[in-house]
Design a protein around this ligand. Structure first.
Ligand SMILES: Nc1ncnc2c1ncn2[C@@H]1O[C@H](COP(=O)(O)OP(=O)(O)O)[C@@H](O)[C@H]1O
Ligand SMILES: [Mg+2]
Length: 246
């Protein structure tokens, strides 16, 4: 097969090489490499304290005290487990917070509509439920029209039912927007449900990766789903129960 040397290399949404981040002389991230394709949905698993949030903050540009190469799109947005809404600003103003220029209220309302929260635009943050606050936080990410959406355990504090709805919403937003997503989660099922590829972080690097080739929407009762979940649990050092492995 002929190769065309003039063909531009497909730019990655994320390109990380030889990344090291130390705290007090201890390398939490240690010579890590990572590539994420444009439009790819990647989930990042790993035991607590292994450096997932540290990596996400670096990709978000919130931590620049690093060694190595980190290439990310200019348009990126991040949402954390805590929605971090300013209590003295109405929901729509929170959505626009930190945007350059003087964006119109309509910009916020469109994003709020997209997450099913258009009717709460004028509300005060303290009157929102946990699920609503998390959706407001997602709207705040969406108004940035990100090419890369970084999510750090965004559903971690939600009750089971709200969590399922929020997961579905993120899946829909991703399909509609076509942005790359990097989702940090501790929930293996959530990772297999949403991602094209699941990464396991350990020892300061991406120690394992698993492609999820299942068609969407995914069926958690599919034996292939259970097999992927069991394999990842094993990688995480968690023994799958007999019921899960079946
Ligand atoms: N600003 C900081 N100063 C010192 N240590 C930190 C700082 N941020 C993170 N760490 C340490 O780095 C390690 C990884 O933290 P973190 O990335 O939050 O883990 P994870 O999100 O995977 O649970 C932990 O040991 C944590 O204590
Ligand atoms: Mg974390």
């Amino acid at each position: 097969m002929a190769t065309d040397v003039h063909r531009p290399v497909t730019p990655q949404a994320v390109h990380v090489e030889r990344l090291t981040r130390s705290f007090d002389g201890r390398a939490v991230i240690d010579d890590l490499r990572l590539d994420v394709r444009p439009g790819e949905f990647v989930a990042l698993l790993g035991r607590s304290g292994c450096g997932k949030s540290t990596l996400l903050r670096i990709l978000a540009g919130l931590d620049r005290d690093i060694e190595g190469t980190v290439l990310v799109p200019r348009r990126k947005a991040v949402a954390f487990q805590a929605p971090r809404l300013m209590p003295w600003k109405k929901v729509w103003r929170n959505v626009l917070l930190g945007l350059p220029g003087k964006p119109e209220r309509a910009v916020a309302e469109q994003a709020l509509d997209e997450v099913g929260l258009g009717h709460r635009s004028d509300a005060w943050p303290k009157t929102l439920s946990g699920g609503e606050a998390q959706r407001a936080s997602l709207a705040r990410a969406l108004v940035r029209e990100p090419d890369l959406l970084l999510l750090d355990e965004p559903f971690g504090a939600l009750d089971a039912l709200t969590r399922i709805k929020a997961q579905r919403l993120v899946g829909e937003l991703w399909q509609r927007r076509g942005c790359a997503v990097l989702l940090v989660t501790h929930d293996v099922e959530e990772a297999v449900l949403l991602a094209d590829r699941v990464l396991v972080m350990d020892g300061g690097v991406i120690a394992h990766e698993q492609r999820v080739g299942l068609e969407r929407p995914r069926d958690i009762t599919d034996p292939r789903f259970a097999a992927l979940r069991a394999g990842l649990l094993e990688r995480l050092g968690v023994e799958a129960t007999a019921a899960e492995a079946a």
